[in-house]
Design a protein around this ligand. Structure first.
Ligand SMILES: [Zn+2]
Length: 125
């Protein structure tokens, strides 16, 4: 399949074609030491199969807006004052923090907080 800018978060299946109204943010490119540290944090958090060395940094390596809280964004005062929708721009040190358990509830595994019992799947909060 074409790599159509899928969200790289483990267990998230959003992409730009299916979710044209969502914002997608590129994983920070490690072109400085500080950015490299930030990129490592992102990769650790999103649970990708790639390592820092093998991750395909670039336009198609994105994380969707579902994984960010409002405090991750720069304020867009101009659009706020004019009453239009603020542009979504991440703060320079923002990292994704929101990982919903929804995928686990419908039977798919995500992350390390799910344990199987004989009867059912138990989610430990
Ligand atoms: Zn996502």
């Amino acid at each position: 399949r074409p790599d159509w800018e899928w969200c790289k978060v483990n267990g998230c299946y959003n992409n730009k074609r299916k979710n044209p109204h969502k914002h997608f943010f590129s994983v920070p490119k490690p072109n400085t030491d500080a950015k490299a540290e930030l990129a490592k944090r992102w990769l650790h958090i999103i649970g990708t199969k790639y390592t820092f060395e093998t991750f395909p940094f670039g336009r198609n390596s994105v994380v969707c807006e579902d994984h960010f809280t409002p405090s991750c964004y720069e304020r867009d005062l101009r659009n706020e004052l004019m009453g239009s929708r603020p542009k979504r721009r991440l703060k320079p040190d923002a990292v994704p923090t929101e990982f919903h358990q929804r995928k686990s509830l419908d039977g798919r595994r995500q992350g390390g907080s799910v344990t199987k019992t004989n009867q059912s799947t138990v989610i430990i909060q």
